[in-house]
Design a protein. Structure first.
Length: 271
């Protein structure tokens, strides 16, 4: 068989195309599953318009790093932990427990606007520390006792108060509105949205106190390289001011008050 320059050239071109295809496959970004929250307005919630704030930021950061096949799974706090520990999820956000030893936490934590919230009354103005709540009924979300420091955890286990936790955060708001509990401990923006826009009540009838030792919950990864890419890209978004723009647009979309002195991504996590 006669081998011509044309046939050799064709074979080389085919080989080159195959090599390029193999390189593209080798460098393709893996599909990612994210165990995410399930409550608006911070996460996507069923039957609620719009995208959650932390979901928006997470997707933007990962997509900028070339990850296009991303699956968000909306879960409660306990399920987020289970998904990640059992390797169902590659990333978990709003991880309220200490991350597993073999995981890779981000240098950033997600930080809600967690506050002590109560009706305005004759005694609420005198609350300056946790022990001033003695004799009252307090309630918070599932996992709160492990999130707000040792003093808070010990206090919730004391006999000086009545305390419980629940996964249903709107139920906490309703209990406070109806004065079934004295104190609702949790995110103020979630409370504000429910009170002003869903229940038609006046948020000014309540006080919000910053008395918690709260550093935020974790963003954890099962892959160090992806964690490092995420941290680098999020840092650039924060430094450029783009995160502020995303935050302001999100607040306006949900008719929430502007938060000037609060960062929703706090760089306090230890590697």
């Amino acid at each position: 068989m006669r081998i011509t320059n044309k046939s050799v050239s064709g074979r080389l071109m085919l080989t080159s195309i195959l090599l390029c295809a193999l390189c593209a496959i080798a460098h393709a970004k893996p599909a990612l599953t994210i165990a995410s929250g399930n409550f608006a307005p911070y996460f996507k919630e069923e039957n609620v318009d719009g995208k959650g704030y932390f979901d928006l930021v997470l997707l933007k950061v990962l997509q900028q790093e070339g990850y296009s096949d991303i699956r968000l799974v909306s879960l409660n706090n306990d399920a987020i932990k289970r998904y990640f520990i059992n390797d169902v999820a590659d990333i978990a956000i709003n991880y309220t427990a200490l991350p597993p030893a073999n995981s890779f936490p981000s240098i950033y934590r997600v930080k809600f606007l967690n506050r002590i919230i109560m009706h305005k009354n004759q005694w609420s103005g005198g609350i300056k520390k946790l022990t001033d709540l003695n004799g009252l009924t307090l309630a918070s979300f599932t996992g709160a006792s492990n999130l707000f420091g040792d003093e808070y955890k010990a206090y919730t286990q004391s006999s000086t108060i009545t305390y419980f936790e629940t996964a249903n955060q709107q139920a906490l708001n309703k209990l406070l509105h109806k004065k079934k509990i004295d104190v609702r401990i949790g995110d103020y923006l979630m409370f504000y949205r429910h009170t002003a826009h869903l229940s038609g009540l006046d948020p000014n009838d309540y006080v919000s106190l910053n008395l918690l030792d709260y550093q935020g919950s974790f963003i954890v990864f099962n892959n160090k390289k992806i964690r490092d890419q995420f941290d680098h890209a999020l840092t650039k978004l924060i430094q450029s001011g783009e995160i502020k723009t995303i935050t302001q647009n999100w607040l306006e979309f949900y008719n929430l008050p502007t938060i000037v002195d609060h960062s929703f991504f706090s760089a306090t996590a230890d590697r």
